[in-house]
Design a protein around this ligand. Structure first.
Ligand SMILES: NC(=O)c1ccc[n+]([C@@H]2O[C@H](COP(=O)([O-])OP(=O)(O)OC[C@H]3O[C@@H](n4cnc5c(N)ncnc54)[C@H](O)[C@@H]3O)[C@@H](O)[C@H]2O)c1
Length: 368
């Protein structure tokens, strides 16, 4: 059985989340390949060493070049702050490594072009981590859209909202700095919103966006205030190529919420709704049914196949979608086929987000 050797670059929230995936995939799926946690890289050697010792990586390093010089690495798994993604992608492509990269893939159009122009882009397996696609309710929604159950798509609303920037005393983090994050909440949460929307309902024709920054500065952790140059919330009117019009919101100013990802799509024959705070169900409305109202279709933990572990009837959690996303990537590496969504798919979403920033900056509709 083949062994896939993975190196995790950046070991914070997502480094841990992806490591959970590598460790649990053998339990969830009993795959026909082995996974080796070959290396971990963090901003300091001590941090990487702690991850190595606690989670069983074979090697610890604090720079990517050292990781790339190791003889047995197949996969570069990028979990660093956004502004570090492109350099890591380009180096991994130079070294012909397979790439699993967190969203947003790149920061701005110049970086996007550099990645798309790389001669090795289609010679390795690449995947963007749009983990929400891998929730069972999202998969069934995609199937319903492909089957044309909604008819002609007319309108939609989509949002990902949480409260993490509501408190003005919460300190500056890399996510509040354009230099480290490339953008604000629109990059961070808007990437998920626009991926889910375009994956389900089709590509974007135009965007009209207004962004909001609630506080001009935040404590820098050293007793002073640091200027905030990123958005805390973003509100858009989106027109799709198929003519449908609707709204998209990404916000960290949503007091009272948790991590609410919500998509509702209305067609001339029906409608569907995904609410990931209520992730065990897909809500579907059939205009032709002899009754009115949304039907709640159970999707629970149904990942299909005869090795459905744990049994589908158990309630679902967010991290399970991450594990399924990673499994799609590792299977593609093992089978030497393209993975979906690829880096190019991630860069399409990036082009939409960059158009949204352009729209907010110039206060006008931008046609893609
Ligand atoms: N798909 C999702 O559900 C999801 C959720 C959260 C974050 N993300 C994305 O994941 C990425 C990481 O976010 P996070 O929440 O894990 O951030 P984080 O701050 O928790 O962790 C970032 C890690 O990167 C490491 N790092 C910083 N500079 C480095 C360098 N030069 N070399 C190596 N490592 C370095 C740090 O050690 C830190 O541990 C971001 O791009 C973010 O948008 C995705």
């Amino acid at each position: 059985m083949r062994t896939i050797h993975a190196a995790v670059i950046g070991f914070g929230f997502m480094g841990k989340t992806h490591t959970y995936g590598y460790k649990t995939i053998p339990l969830f799926y009993e795959p026909n390949f082995n996974i080796h946690l070959a290396a971990v890289c963090a901003h300091t050697y001590e941090h990487a060493l702690a991850a190595k010792e606690r989670y069983g990586f074979a090697h610890a390093a604090h720079n990517l070049d050292e990781i790339l010089s190791l003889p047995d690495i197949d996969v570069i798994d990028i979990c660093t702050p956004n502004a570090l993604h492109t350099e890591a992608i380009l180096k991994a492509l130079d070294a012909k490594k397979h790439i699993y990269c967190e969203k947003p893939v790149a920061c701005g159009t110049t970086e996007t072009r550099l990645i798309l122009a790389h001669p090795n882009l289609n010679k390795v397996v690449t995947q963007t981590v749009f983990n929400n696609r891998f929730m069972p309710a999202a998969k069934l929604a995609k199937q319903f859209m492909q089957e044309g159950k909604l008819g002609k798509i007319l309108s939609f609303r989509a949002h990902m909202i949480m409260p993490s920037n509501v408190d003005p005393s919460s300190p500056m983090r890399w996510r509040n700095s354009r230099q480290a994050a490339g953008g604000g909440v629109l990059y961070d949460l808007g990437a998920h919103v626009m991926d889910m929307l375009t994956w389900l309902a089709g590509p974007v024709k135009s965007v009209y966006t207004k962004n909001q920054t609630a506080y001009a500065s935040r404590p820098d952790g050293k007793g002073s205030l640091a200027p905030v140059d990123t958005d805390d919330a973003s509100y858009s009117i989106i027109t799709l190529a198929n003519g449908a019009v609707g709204t998209a919101e990404a916000s960290k100013l949503a007091t009272g919420k948790n991590t609410d990802l919500f998509i509702e799509i209305h067609g001339d024959k029906g409608a569907l709704k995904i609410d990931f705070m209520d992730a065990n169900w897909l809500y579907y409305y059939d205009s032709a049914a002899p009754y009115k109202g949304y039907t709640r279709i159970e999707t629970v933990q149904n990942y299909g196949g005869d090795k459905n572990f744990p049994p589908a009837r158990h309630p679902l959690g967010w991290i399970r979608g991450h594990a399924d996303s990673l499994y799609e990537f590792l299977r593609a590496v093992n089978e030497n086929r393209p993975a979906v969504p690829s880096l190019a798919d991630g860069l399409y979403v990036q082009s939409v987000l960059d158009a949204m920033y352009q729209s907010a900056q110039h206060n006008r509709e931008i046609v893609l």
